[in-house]
Every structure is written in structure tokens, then in C-alpha cells.
Write a protein that binds this ligand. Structure first.
Ligand SMILES: *Cc1c(COP(=O)(O)O)cnc(C)c1O
Length: 453
């Protein structure tokens, strides 16, 4: 069958449910622990921080399919289905016998897949009658997505933005303001934890872990507010499964079966969502597929981290999660421009990696930008640096196929566009980008500070 350049779904083919891969995992991801007692977090404890329905989803290891509420489906209709593209031009450029597909999540104003979970989290907050939500944002995609979702449902949105990004990415900040969010550079003097961090590290440019601590403190100290997180958590992977379910419906329509699925991994939400239904088939023993997480060599949580309980934030106010981690104090080198800078990895992906169901590779950032540019020149889309990690690994896989003659089907997640990352592209073009990789000594020092559980 002739495969079109872009595969879309019709209204009636669209997914009506999210798929919960935990239901098919024999060994489940480890539970979140209370940082004080080291006992699994109960629903009652979690509900002080998160909305009730999201707490339920977070703890639910057994329900396989969650119907997507009608209000969320209508929001999804504004920008979904996202196109599944057959990368004919890239294949030709690489002279590879491999068939390359990518699922493009950048077709919305926030410019990435993050809107898929933002709308779900805002919807449940509204359902619960809350006034607003707080969150952190690094590069700004999550903050933008959440601002859009909150303005749609009439919720207040308070965003703590990592200071270095706040200063380097003024345009993202303004987009959030278009959607009515308040944006505070983190660390700030608006929270106790922020003041403490500023005192201990004056001049710090901030980190995601630190911004999380500030957002959580603001949520728990303001009545009618809850905290929401854009990645890592089980609930976020659940919402992001819409990417994978849509992809699978589209591929099944044409009888296409991916041999390998590749995605960039920061906290693991896009990759976890894209692979979910395919991983389900593998876990149930129905069909095999390889899954590859791609991370930056400067923030290598899966490839060089340890699998242990750790704090999700720098201020140590969040529950402990068992994950591949570099330690909650880890901050990638300031020259790292490509996103994906979180110190830990989704507990679901961590457990799957630990079981050998998922592979991981790390790539240096100049190679990522070279791949990004090669891709932009043939496929037309200016990719986000984060997404370009997946492009790099997919191109490498396609080049290997050229050498071996294998006609593999490669699928990768193209998570977003790079229009707000032009400072990073500029550094690349001016030769100001280096490939700093943390030494073993540095990583060992961070790992030594992990909580003893
Ligand atoms: C946030 C983001 C990522 C990484 O987050 P995950 O939770 O690992 O998916 C990747 N690409 C883009 C464009 C992003 O905005």
C-alpha cells in the first residue's frame, strides 16, 4: 500500500482513552515515598499537593484504559490529531533502506507535546473547584502549555521559571503572559525555600529542582491551589499516551509495525507516551519492538545515573521517587543548551529500563544540533533541541541500516519546534557550543548525597 507523506486520523478514528502501561507491567514502578516517614505516600497525603482525580491516576497501577473526558477531547480537537509523517526526504538524503516515521507534536502554540497533559491537569483542577495551579518551567514549554490550558478553563496559573531561562527566553515569558499567567524567575524571594537557596547560593541561575520546590510551597500555602508537574509523574505519562495511541491507530491502518521507537528523554513523558501501547504489546508478549531513550551526554540520568530513591526537587519538599537519577542537586553545565536537564527519570521508564525492556543512549550537543539542521533542511520543520536528540539517534539508526542493508521501520517522536531556541542555534552557528560531559568524579559526588533509604 502506498504510504502518504502524512497520515492523519479522521474524527471517528481518534483515540477516546488514555492507555495506562502500568496495568501490563508485572513488576510495577516503585511507589512514591513520604520524605519524612519513608512509607508509601497515601492518597490523603498526596491530595494536599495534587488534585484528587490526578492522585487517583497517579496511584492506579491496574486500570488499563482511562476514558478521556469529553471536555478534554474537545480541547484536543483544536490541535489533534498530530501528523504522523513518513520522512521520505530524510530517507532519500541518508540513502537508507530504512523507513522512517515521526510523530510531530509541535503543531500548537506551546510548540510541544506538553499541552496534552496540561489540558488534562487544568481540567481536573477546574472540576474540583480550585482557584488555580502553580508549576515550574525550565525552557518554558510546560509553562506555556499550562497557561494555555488554564486560560481555557478560567484558572489562575502561577509559573516559577528557572532564572536563566527567564532571562534568556523573554519571548516564552511573554507568551505565558498572553494567556494570563504570572511568571516569577526562580529562585525568588516569594517563598521560604527560594530565600534559603538564594542565601546559600547567591547568584545562582536556578534549576528545575529549585523551581519545583518554590511552586510546591506556593501551592500548599495558598488555599484553593494545587501543584501540577509537566513530566516524570505516572499521571503525565498516562495523558501523554494519547501520542502513542494515535500513532498506533494510524500505523495499524496501513499495516505498519515499527521495529524500533526512539524518543528524547528529559523526565520521560513524551517517550513514555509514544511507546506506551507498543510497550504494552511487548509486555503482554504479543509483538516485539526495541525502544530507545535518548538523553544529553551532559545530563545522562539513565546511562550514567543510579537507580535509587531520590528527591524530585532541590528543596526536598516533594515525595521521594525511585528513579534513575544524578542526584537532586545536579545542575547541567551552563553551556548545555539543549533542554532535557532534569536530574531524574520517570519511575515507569526507570523500571522498564531496569527490566531491560527499554534501551538508552546519550548524545553530545553539537552532534544534536548538526542532526537538527540536517533534518530542518530536508523535512522543513525547525526542530526543538530536545526533539533533535531523537532525530540524531534515528538518523544514526538509519545510517546503520544503510550499512547492513536492513529495511527497518524506525519511528521517532518529534516533540516540538525550535523557534524559541534560536539563541542555542546561534551558539551552535558561532562555534560557541561545547560538548562538556560530567566526569565520573562529579557524578559520584552527587550520587553520594542521595537520601539513604
Ligand atoms: C519538555 C520537552 C521535552 C522533554 O520532556 P519529556 O517529559 O522527557 O518528554 C522534549 N521535547 C520538548 C519539545 C519539550 O518541550
Amino acid at each position: 500500500m502506498e504510504i502518504p507523506y502524512k497520515i492523519y486520523l479522521s474524527e471517528s478514528e481518534m483515540p477516546r482513552y488514555w492507555y495506562n502501561v502500568r496495568a501490563d507491567m508485572k513488576k510495577k514502578p516503585a511507589p512514591l515515598l513520604n520524605p519524612g516517614t519513608h512509607k508509601p505516600m497515601t492518597a490523603a497525603e498526596l491530595s494536599g499537593v495534587f488534585c484528587d482525580e490526578l492522585v487517583k491516576q497517579e496511584l492506579d497501577n491496574t486500570t488499563r484504559e482511562y476514558p478521556i473526558p469529553e471536555e478534554i477531547l474537545s480541547f484536543y480537537r483544536m490541535y489533534r490529531p498530530s501528523p504522523l509523517v513518513r520522512a521520505y526526504c530524510l530517507e532519500e538524503k541518508l540513502k537508507t533502506p530504512a523507513k522512517i516515521y515521526y510523530k510531530f507534536e509541535g503543531n500548537n502554540t506551546s510548540g510541544s507535546h506538553k499541552l496534552n497533559s496540561a489540558v488534562a491537569q487544568a481540567y481536573y483542577a477546574k472540576q474540583q473547584g480550585l482557584k488555580g495551579v502553580t508549576t515550574e518551567t525550565g525552557a518554558g514549554q510546560w509553562g506555556t502549555a499550562l497557561s494555555m490550558a488554564c486560560s481555557y478553563f478560567g484558572l489562575d496559573c502561577k509559573v516559577y521559571m528557572v532564572k536563566v531561562s527567564y532571562e534568556q527566553k523573554p519571548f516564552r515569558r511573554e507568551v505565558m503572559k498572553v494567556y494570563g499567567a504570572s511568571v516569577t524567575p526562580s529562585p525568588s524571594d516569594t517563598t521560604q525555600v527560594g530565600r534559603k537557596i538564594l542565601q546559600e547560593h547567591p547568584g545562582t541561575t536556578g534549576s528545575l529542582g529549585c523551581a519545583i520546590s518554590e511552586a510546591v510551597e506556593t501551592a500548599v500555602s495558598n488555599p484553593g491551589y494545587r501543584y501540577v508537574l509537566g513530566s516524570v509523574l505516572n499521571q503525565v505519562l498516562l495523558h501523554q499516551s494519547v501520542i502513542g495511541v494515535e500513532t498506533k491507530i494510524a500505523m495499524d491502518k496501513y499495516g505498519i509495525h515499527p521495529d524500533v521507537i526512539i524518543g528524547c528523554a528529559g523526565g520521560g513523558s513524551n517517550l513514555g507516551g509514544l511507546i506506551a501501547p507498543f510497550m504494552g504489546e511487548k509486555l503482554r508478549g504479543e509483538r516485539d519492538c526495541r525502544f530507545i531513550a535518548v538523553e544529553p551526554a551532559s545530563c545522562p540520568s539513565l546511562t550514567r545515573g543510579v537507580y535509587a530513591y531520590d528527591f524530585c526537587d532541590t528543596g526536598m519538599v516533594c515525595p521521594l521517587a525511585k528513579m534513575y537519577t544524578l542526584g537532586s542537586d545536579f545542575i547541567p553545565a551552563p553551556n548545555h543548551a539543549g533542554g532535557l536537564r532534569y536530574h531524574g527519570m520517570s519511575p515507569i521508564l526507570s523500571e522498564l529500563y531496569h527490566q531491560g525492556m527499554l534501551e538508552a543512549v546519550s548524545v553530545p550537543q553539537t552532534a544534536v544540533f548538526e542532526a537538527a539542521e540536517a533534518f530542518a533542511r530536508v523535512e522543513g520543520i525547525l526542530p526543538a533541541p530536545e526533539s533533535s536528540h531523537a532525530i540524531k539517534a534515528a538518523m544514526d539508526e538509519a545510517i546503520r541500516c544503510r550499512e547492513t542493508g536492513e529495511e527497518k521501520t524506525i519511528l521517532f517522536g518529534l516533540t516540538g519546534t525550535g523557534y524559541f531556541d534560536l539563541v542555542a542555534y546561534e551558539k551552535f552557528h558561532n562555534g560557541q557550543m561545547d560538548d562538556y560531559v560530567p566526569t565520573d568524579e562529579e557524578l559520584t559526588a552527587y550520587a553520594a548525597k542521595l537520601p539513604k533509604i
